[in-house]
Ligand binder design. Structure first.
Ligand code: NAD
Length: 332
């Protein structure tokens, strides 16, 4: 199939582009590079053995997106473009609604005008908010606790309404848990602009000496060692989840949601230990106060994705840490 990836040069987009290309699909990227680097394109070319077309532009530019869809004969859009930092979304909510929600509306208009009817959407486990039970399945109530999570929930609702109103439109809604790690080539990985917001890229920069120490936000949660527990998923497993979702689209009947995670939770201290083994160094860290809005534990019930998409996240925590460190070392 011919697939447009919005946000395709970002962390998850670049890995997904590789997995799709390896599975024989034609891939086109569209990105405004607000959180990614142009150098990704050369690295992608090295991995997939051919150049990957990339349009520099914003999903809010409806005319540009429409032209791109028509010019390349796009059949499916994987919509990854968006802002994703929870803390930043609390400080600048309008930027988040503008970019994520308005961006999606503009994209949907362009898709309508170009008669492109299939979308895979990058949603997030953040839409569930504080877990009311664990593991979290797709029927868990939705109650995001911050503007970023609300943008994802509103987009999901817009997509659901759009599908309900149009028999020919299909959307696969993927709620990612915590993607980490890097491609085996060490050419792709998580390399955010500025100070990383997420645990593993932050830890990678501490291990490389770029940052002094890691802050662990709270050690008094009701978990195995008091630190927060999350469902970390190797980004290559996640990328393969998109290939499975694409293959599922013809069988789908409208709007379908899947949680993508491993189903296992690891605490911050367990991740630090595993990273120390991977990089062969101690990671200096300090326990600090809990962060407002953080939750104790969050992990998925992956059964629906396993059964319906015929996909499973198999890579271990140690593979996640080793691949992250390989990528970080190559950067330095
Ligand atoms: N990484 C995670 O932990 C995580 C978890 C759950 C969901 N998600 C979602 O997955 C998607 C991809 O996340 P990621 O980790 O690869 O983030 P990323 O920041 O690495 O990638 C997003 C890409 O979108 C681009 N972009 C942003 N706004 C744009 C716009 N208006 N027009 C065009 N391009 C734009 C950025 O330049 C970037 O390359 C996001 O929608 C994010 O909310 C990520």
């Amino acid at each position: 199939m011919t697939v447009l990836l919005t946000g395709g040069t970002g962390y998850i987009g670049s890995h997904t582009a590789t997995a799709l290309s390896e599975a024989g699909h034609e891939v086109i990227l569209l990105d405004n590079f607000c959180n990614s680097h142009r150098a990704i394109l050369e690295r992608l070319e090295k991995i997939v053995g051919k150049s990957v077309p990339c349009i520099e532009g914003d999903v809010r530019d409806t005319a540009l997106v429409k032209r791109t869809l028509q010019e390349y004969g796009v059949e499916v859009v994987i919509h990854l473009a968006g802002l994703k930092a929870v803390g930043e979304s609390v400080k600048t909510p309008l930027n988040y609604y503008e970019n994520n929600v308005h961006g999606t509306l503009s994209l949907l208009r362009a898709m309508d005008e170009a008669d492109v009817n299939n979308m895979i959407f990058s949603s997030s486990a953040t839409v569930y908010g504080d877990p009311q039970y664990l593991p979290i399945d797709e029927d868990h109530p939705l109650a995001p606790t911050n503007p970023y999570g609300r943008t994802k929930l509103y987009i999901e609702q817009i997509l659901e309404d759009h599908v309900r109103a149009n028999d020919n439109i299909k959307v696969v809604n993927l709620r990612y848990f915590n993607p980490v790690g890097s491609h085996s080539s060490a050419l792709l990985g998580e390399d955010p602009r500025g100070i990383p917001n997420n645990l593993m890229p932050f830890m990678a920069r501490v291990a490389s000496g770029e940052l002094k120490e890691l802050s662990v936000f709270g050690d008094d949660y009701p978990t195995m060692d008091g630190t927060g527990v999350r469902d970390y998923i190797h980004v290559v497993d996640l990328a393969e989840g998109h290939v499975a979702a694409l293959e599922f689209l013809p069988r789908s009947t409208g709007f379908e949601t899947f949680n993508l995670g491993t189903g296992s939770g690891f605490s911050v201290l367990q991740v630090i230990q595993s990273y120390e083994v991977a990089c062969g160094k101690k990671i200096p860290y300090q326990i600090v106060k809990r962060r407002p809005g953080d939750i104790a534990s969050c992990y998925t019930d992956p059964n629906k994705a396993n059964a319906v998409l015929k996909w499973k996240a198999n890579r271990s925590l140690s593979e996640m840490c080793l691949s992250s460190w390989d990528f970080q070392r190559r950067l330095n």
